[in-house]
Design a protein around this ligand. Structure first.
Ligand code: MSP
Length: 510
């Protein structure tokens, strides 16, 4: 089945930070991984551009709102480009194709009787642009903005979400890993134990001009979520586009825990009402925390991912993201932790293994891949370790267990480093009668490196390509689906190796 992966579309009221970058890099790694397996893949990201918050930010910046959203949206795109993010499409909610889809779906749901007009009074958080129930507040405050919501009463349109509560609960029970990891499924199920209220889906235009007008009442615009969530359909050319038909059945959404409810409750019920099949999986990760707690503009601790990548390297940051955060749990961000990972895992373990192996191949075999002789037990252990590692990696990675997948890969790197010490190629090189043995050891090391480069491509695309170039393979390494690439012995003897600079320079001044 084709694979469709989405990130949240980010609000353009603020510049991209490492929280956004984490989700987008994870999505990129997953998209690249599926492409390498030979699965047809579509990776969508984009920007969420309507709403009060965006209007306000434009006002603060002293710019007309259109100019402002163009600017910040472009900044998101540039940031993803600079992080080697291989999105297939970048959607903007202000694009006319998207606006049309939103209006079409609104009309359809309205005609089906699932959107009605009514009056509602409730506690409204302007920051979140939504009504809160008493029980959702923490100490009477919005849990996100830490501000007391305002009581607001007005006439609006409502989506009959309550009607789909039973269906949603049954669906979740039938597909227990639909929302993963499990802790988030449990959270959703717990929330659904209480009666589900209908969702207010409009805002009066006099209060909010910057939104998509309701097709059946020009006095109103749609509420941000009804607009934003539909990007996942409009981005595929819904309803008639070939992309929609091909990719929607393989839809996977990636989000952080902050927007669990809209994705796990509003979105599937909206889809149900619109007559669209549910997505395959909702995959929810935790939050990056700073030493001071939450990352926020007011605390002045927002980390700019472009600055980080410029300072430490794109792949270094990507590796850190995937290696450091257990998907689903919060993690602490610090430059000290990033530096430690770079120096220990990248410069020492992987960088040294690569440099030592290549330098021995040049020193003893003129930079040509030697033909392996009959393998001894230690050599067979290397091949077996590669196979076991790859089997685990291929299982962990799509299951979002990135730290585990990478830890397994690094065990293999450790294995190869020990193999060098055990076999002591420098001793073999001293004795002519050990020439075949030296060939065999060097071959096993180079072939091991090929496996490492092959598997690291989704995580560190630039560095994996450099590794493959040094092995004399370049992009051809990934000419076949990963499962075929990972057959022991595919590295051809006689192939020329290439010298290159150190892959991962040490970061000094820890
Ligand atoms: N526009 C909505 C989403 C609409 S999707 C149909 C929105 N935008 S947002 O700009 O606030 O982005 C929220 C997302 O940014 C999170 O779900 C997560 O992907 C990412 N993150 C923001 N801060 C984060 C951390 N501190 N840590 C990890 N991810 C974070 O909500």
């Amino acid at each position: 089945m084709a694979y469709y992966l989405t990130t949240p579309i980010y609000y353009v009221n603020a510049e991209p930070h490492i929280g956004h970058a984490y989700t987008t890099v994870v999505a990129d790694a997953l998209a690249r991984f599926h492409r390498l397996l030979g699965v047809e893949t579509f990776f969508l990201t984009g920007t969420d551009e309507h709403g009060e918050k965006v209007m306000e930010a434009a006002r603060e910046a002293g710019l007309p709102v259109r100019e402002f959203v163009d600017r910040i949206s472009a900044l998101f795109r540039q940031t993803w480009d600079s992080l080697d993010v291989s999105y297939d499409a970048f959607i903007r909610t202000t694009a006319s194709e998207h606006v049309q889809v939103v209006q079409q779906v609104l009309s359809r749901v309205h005609e089906a009787g699932d959107i009605y007009f009514g009056e509602y009074g409730g506690l409204y958080c302007f920051g979140c642009e939504r009504f809160y129930l008493e029980r959702e507040l923490e100490g009477g405050l919005c849990p996100d903005h830490r501000l007391a919501p305002t009581y607001l009463k007005e006439e609006n349109y409502f989506f009959r979400m309550s009607r789909y509560q039973g269906w949603l609960l049954d669906f979740i029970a039938d597909y227990p890993d639909w929302i993963r990891p499990e802790r988030y499924k449990n959270e959703v199920v717990a929330f659904l134990k209480e009666p589900l209220e209908d969702l207010c889906i409009s805002r009066p235009r006099r209060r909010l001009e910057w939104g998509i007008p309701l097709p059946f009442d020009e006095r109103y615009v749609t509420y941000v979520w009804f607009d934003a969530l539909l990007n996942y359909l409009s981005g595929l050319g819904y309803p008639e586009g070939a992309g929609f038909k091909k990719f929607w059945p393989g839809a996977h959404h990636l989000i952080a825990k902050d927007i669990l409810k809209p994705h796990a409750i509003y979105w599937p019920t909206m889809l149900r009402a619109a007559g669209v099949e549910p997505f395959q999986h909702l995959q929810v990760h935790g939050y990056w925390q700073m030493a001071q707690g939450k990352m926020s503009k007011s605390l002045g601790n927002v980390v700019d991912p472009r600055a980080l990548a410029a300072l430490y390297g794109v792949d270094q940051v990507r590796y850190f993201f995937l290696r450091e955060m257990v998907f689903g749990l919060d993690a602490q961000f610090s430059e000290a932790a990033l530096t430690a990972r770079i120096n220990a895992d990248l410069a020492n373990d992987l960088g040294n293994l690569f440099a030592r192996t290549l330098s021995m191949a040049f020193k003893y075999r003129q930079g040509v891949v030697p033909p392996p002789g009959v393998p001894q037990a230690v050599d067979k252990e290397v091949a077996a370790a590669a196979q076991e590692m790859a089997a685990d990696f291929l299982q962990y990675f799509p299951a979002l267990e990135f730290p585990k997948a990478l830890a397994r890969l690094w065990e293999f790197i450790g294995h190869l480093n020990r193999y060098i010490v055990n076999c002591a190629p420098w001793e073999l090189a001293k004795r002519e009668e050990e020439a075949r043995r030296l060939d065999t050891v060097l071959y096993h090391l180079l072939e091991g490196l090929r496996w490492i480069a092959a598997l690291l491509k989704p995580v560190m695309p630039g560095s994996a390509l450099k590794m493959s170039e040094q092995l004399g393979l370049g992009l051809a390494l990934w000419d076949h689906p990963l499962t075929q690439v990972l057959k022991w012995g595919r590295l051809l003897p006689g192939g020329p190796l290439k010298k290159g600079p150190a892959l991962f320079p040490r970061i000094e001044g820890e």
